[in-house]
Structures are given as C-alpha cells and as structure tokens.
Design a protein around this ligand. Structure first.
Ligand code: PLP
Length: 491
C-alpha cells in the first residue's frame, strides 16, 4: 500500500512505514525459522558476560534504527531465552508455546486494548474464554472469570475472596480485626499458596499444611481432624485449597471428598488447578478431577497445558459477586454509562486488582480456536505415555531408582551411588549446561531427585533417550571424578 498519507505526528510511529513493513515480515520469518529448528540448538545457554554487559548500560542512549535494534535482539536476546520452547525442556511445569499464539500476541499488541474495562471487543473476548471455562469445569451461569498473570495471582485472589466470604464486607473497611481464621492445603501445595496467606495479611501460620497419604493426596482424615481441632480452639476454618496436579509428582487431591468437607465445615473450596484443571480435556486425567465442579473457585494457567504463550493465568469463581465484593470500587472516573465507550456493568477491574490490563484473551482465543481443546487432550495423553515409558526405562536399570509414582507426566528419579544428593544435583546442573535436555531438581521424602516434568508437547522418545544416556554418562563421570579426588587427597 503506497498511498500518499499525511505523516504521523507521533515520534513513536515509524519514519518509513515501508521499511517497517519489511522489518515486520523479517521478524515473522526469523521467528518461524527458529520455531521450526528448535531441536538443532541447545535447550538453554547461559547469557555470556558480553551479553549481560549489553544489558547493564546506564542510559538508554540515542534512538537507533529499528533494524539495528532488531539485529541486537537476534544477537543478544533470542539465543539466550529460557528454553521452555525446546523439546528437551523438562525442567519445570512450563508450557512450550503454540506458535499461533505468538502471532496473536503481535496482533493484540497492535490493537493495544486496555482490558480493564469499557465497552469493546476485548472485554467480550475475555468473557468468551470465561464462558468456555465454565463449560469445561461444570460451573454455574453465575460464574465469572478473568485473566491474571498466573496461578500465583489467581490463588492469591481466591484467598481474598474466601476471606471476604468468611468475614463479610467489613474486612474491606476494618481489615481482619481479631478474626482467627485457618486455611488448609496439603504439604505438596504450591509455595504461592503460602505466600498468598502472607500477602492477605492472614499469615502463613494460619495455613495448616496437611500431610499427604501414600499417593501424595491430601489426607482427608488428617484434614477433618485438624478442622475439628481448630473449631474447638475457636478458630474459623475459612478455606480449603485442593491441589489438582502437585508440582512435584502430579498428584490430584480427592476433590469430591474435599467438597464434602467444605460443605460440612462451611469453608470455601478453592482448587489450585494451575496445570491440572485443563486435564478435563484428556480422558486419562478427567476422572481425577471429579468434584471440581463443586469448588467455589479454580485457578488455572493457559500457559502450561494450554500452551498459550506466557502469561495467561485465569481465575474462575462460581459466583461473580464473590469477586466484586472484594475488588469493585465505585469511583467517578470509572463510572458506567448505559451507552458509549463507558458502558457495561461489570468490568474486569471489578473482578481483580488490576485496572490497566492487556488482552491475554486474544492469544488464548486464537490458540483454542486454531488448535482446539483436542490438541490439549492429545498432548496431555502423549506426555502421560512418555512418562510411563520413562518410568519403565528407569525401573529396568539398576543404577537408576524411581522416587515417586509416575502416574501423570512427572517422573522423579535418581542415579544410585554414594552421596546421591550431591551427585544427582551435579548431574542436573551439567545436563542443563550441556544443552540437549534440561530436567530440574526437587526433593522427594528428603531425597534429592531428578525431576522430568513432561509438559512440552514437542518432547518425544528422542529426548527421553538423551535424558537416560546423559544421566548415566554424567553419573559415571562424576563418580570417577570423586574417586580421583579421593585418591589425590590420600596420596
Ligand atoms: C505453576 C503452578 C503454580 C504457579 O503458577 P504461576 O502461573 O507460575 O503463577 C501454582 N500451583 C501449581 C500447582 C503450579 O503448577
């Protein structure tokens, strides 16, 4: 399009739109090249000293041509990314990203919608996602949901909603006062639940960490006993957090049992389904989510099993009023009209702590529409099969020991040797640096464990081969180094 248009007054607009167009096309081309050839590069490489120095300048400096800035991106940024796109990434509970989501993110930035509120399609899109989620989880028509950064934020908001539900609107005016509250979650609950209690001003002591049963699910017996003890001490059980998919081993609490206990005790049932809730799309996981529809709120992440590019966390509550009770503030500059741009009754800013918010809904909508929830189900089922395959290989090798059941897509194991804690930690470090696969470390029952969390839908048997071969080779190498050192120090 080479029409003669008046020049833009904005110093932010391109001086040469044609050159801008060319640059944009190149960016898309380069990105597609990268995504097609991920396996040819390492999972991760640490930024070099030179790269780090490039990001330690004191001042922004004079404006450069966009082409020059892009060249810097190609040299100093793109090669040093976090690695979770790569098929060898199995380090943490992270998504690999759907490429269509990246293009959608560019479109969203182009539209530059502020999705805090007002009457525009960005709000409709977000409602669309909430409506889909309502269907997936069997939530009622009164439900509402919104995007947040991630499950950490969603869990925090759920704690606040439960707090207001227990104490009434007064908590907004007077704070907690002398209220004595207790919340409950299993020992394997995510650390952000503890932090949510701290941030909510209730304090982490008020979160009772209930021991798990043999299957790493919350012990409902111990939970009942703790609730009874708290009640007897005049403490109000206000919140039960069920985990649907623990980060260490992928265990699912018995949500139906938790819903019963919540009914009996009057506590709010919140489910941290950060990755697990989207398991409703996979037949092998769906059965473990029985009772999910009885929760009052669910936190989940589209950026994990949903493969939407970061970030795309979501909170859904069964009753919209429970969020407006916490977050809605009637101030004049946010007042509503019946028509015009300020129309609409409930805006996202009434449901959460943010006013200005980007449009996370667009990339999510694109990924869901283009790939379907079928893709989520298919990728999950395949990752479960891969985990089974990995577990079999570990069990078949006498130098490898599995440390937890591999019932989902997370496999915890270690190399069997003297001082296993130290050595397995080193194995993982060296594997990450070597770059073909990147598992992470955790502790299972006090033992340092290599953790392969198979969330990247690009991962195949090839990466499992590399993982097993790498662990065995590095284990042998490290044992030899230890022996050599020992000999040197005794000679
Ligand atoms: C990832 C995760 C979280 C934290 O979610 P973010 O999106 O990283 O904030 C919380 N709970 C569980 C079970 C998780 O897997």
């Amino acid at each position: 399009m080479t029409r003669d248009l008046p020049a833009s007054a904005s110093p932010f607009d391109p001086k040469d739109w044609e050159a801008f167009r060319v640059l944009g096309r190149r960016m898309v081309d380069d990105l597609v090249d990268q995504l097609q050839t991920l396996r040819e590069g390492p999972v991760w490489r640490p930024p070099t000293d030179q790269v780090r120095a490039a990001f330690a300048t004191e001042a922004v400096g004079a404006p450069a041509a966009p082409e020059a800035v892009y060249a810097e991106y190609l040299e100093n940024i793109a090669p040093y990314a976090s690695g979770n796109r790569h098929p060898g990434f199995m380090g943490w509970v992270q998504g690999g990203g759907a490429p269509i989501g990246a293009l959608a993110e560019m479109l969203a930035a182009g539209l530059n919608m502020n999705c805090g509120g007002r009457d525009h399609v960005g709000i409709e899109l977000e409602r669309q996602i909430a409506t889909w989620a309502r269907g997936w989880f069997g939530f009622p028509d009164t439900s509402a949901g919104l995007f947040v950064t991630g499950a950490s934020q969603a869990n925090f908001m759920a704690v606040l909603a439960a707090r207001s539900f227990a104490l009434g609107g007064d908590v907004r005016t007077r704070g907690l006062g002398g209220a004595r509250l207790a919340a409950y979650a299993q020992v394997g609950a995510h650390a952000c639940v503890v932090r949510a209690m701290e941030m909510a001003g209730i304090g982490r002591e008020a979160l009772r960490l209930i021991p798990p049963d043999a299957d790493f699910r919350i012990s409902t017996e111990a939970l009942r006993a703790q609730i009874a003890a708290d009640r007897a001490a005049g403490i109000m059980p206000f919140l039960i957090v069920g985990t649907a998919g623990t980060v260490d081993v992928g265990a699912f609490d018995d949500l139906a049992a938790l819903a019963d206990i919540a009914d009996e005790s009057g506590a709010w049932l919140h489910v941290d389904g950060a990755f697990g809730a989207l398991g409703v799309h996979a037949p092998s996981v769906k059965a473990r989510l029985e009772g999910l529809s009885r929760a009052r709120s669910i936190a989940f992440d589209f950026h994990k099993w949903g493969q939407v590019p970061y970030d795309a966390g979501f909170l859904i509550v069964a009753d919209e009023a429970r969020l407006t009770d916490v977050f809605s503030s009637p101030v004049a500059y946010l007042s509503r009209s019946s028509t015009g741009l300020a129309a609409g009754e409930v805006w996202p800013t009434d449901l959460g702590p943010d006013l200005s918010r980007g449009c996370r809904a667009l990339k999510t909508w694109f990924v869901m529409r283009a790939c379907g929830t079928e893709a989520i189900g298919e990728a999950i089922e395949r990752s479960l099969r891969l985990a089974q395959s990995l577990a079999r290989r570990i069990d078949a090798h006498d130098r490898l020991e599995r440390l937890a059941p591999a019932e989902l897509n997370i496999v915890c194991f270690r190399y069997v040797c003297e001082s296993p804690d130290e050595l397995n930690a080193k194995i993982v470090e060296r594997l990450q640096v070597a770059g073909s696969v990147a598992p992470s470390l955790t502790r299972i029952g006090g033992k340092v464990s290599i953790r392969a969390a198979l969330f990247n839908p690009r991962t195949t048997e090839t990466e499992l081969d590399a993982l097993i071969a790498g662990v065995l080779a590095l284990g042998g190498e490290l044992e030899k180094e230890t022996d050599d050192e020992r000999q040197r120090s005794t000679s």
